[in-house]
Design a binder for this molecule. Sequence first.
Ligand SMILES: [Zn+2]
Length: 328
Amino acid sequence: MQDIGYEGMQKLMNSKVAIVGCGALGSTQAEILARAGIKKIKVIDRDYVDLSNLHRTHMITEKDAIDTLPKAIACKKWIKEIDSSIEVESVIDDFDSTNAEKFLNNVDLIIDGTDNLESRFLINDFSVKYNIPWIYSGVSSWYGNVMFIKPNQGACLRCLIPETNNQNESCDIIPSIGTMTTLVSSISSNLAIRYLAGNEVPYGVLFVIDGRDISLEKIKITKNEKCPTCGLHQYEFLEKKILRNVVRICGTHAIEIRPEKFLNIDFIKKINKIKEKFNVISINKYSIRVQRDTIQIVLMNNGLGIVEGINDVNIAKKLYDELFNIII
Ligand SMILES: [Zn+2]
């Protein structure tokens, strides 16, 4: 293969990538990179598989949704089935300023599989501060964007987008179609493979893909000397103090609740006690889904919980505590 060869293949096999988000974009990117020979892949996602993901997300099945399998676990399972020699690290957690440095430490390239600008600005801060390149990838409706960001050389994401008006905007409310997430994942993975194999890649160039008439435009983004991140080196997203014990998940009737510290819970042992109080819908070693009246709770084995079908934070917290206390 031109531009790769034996040497390029060795480089790919020795590369480590982190993919932030393992939904429609991240799962496709992970699959392409795994099949291309990358041997160390880290996937980060706090969400679990839902039936509504099936139309656009690779690596997941209807059974994964019925089992409420965490996306990071579904991705890991699939990558290992593609090639069992790949080292896959799966992280079930939110990606935020409290853990970004820990999660992205020691990787050669970061790939954006996220669905919100806040996470992308955080990756961008990390990338510029630690001089690790990343690939911005985004999809909305029939449009897609990709940009390879070579920190401290070309434009960064905030040279392109200085601020976000709605930093909490997320995902569940952005429409997307599988053809566009696959197309964007393919372009970003192509850049990743070329870079990791030792080729020059176009950096600071925004690829704009229009899926309606199948057109691709390349726009050169100029590095802004006054850019808060790469010009002034202010890492406000990385340094952001956040309160994250109880968070309303935007675009849904769901509330996320975090334990004081992450644990390793064995649900199966407590199944009879749980059944006395809740209707158990699914259970496996990674997560349990239970129901009471119209409210459902998904609890991951690290203690992270999502209470669905409710807007009242206090009731959500009470139900979470009740389930949590049975299990602990
Ligand atoms: Zn910049």
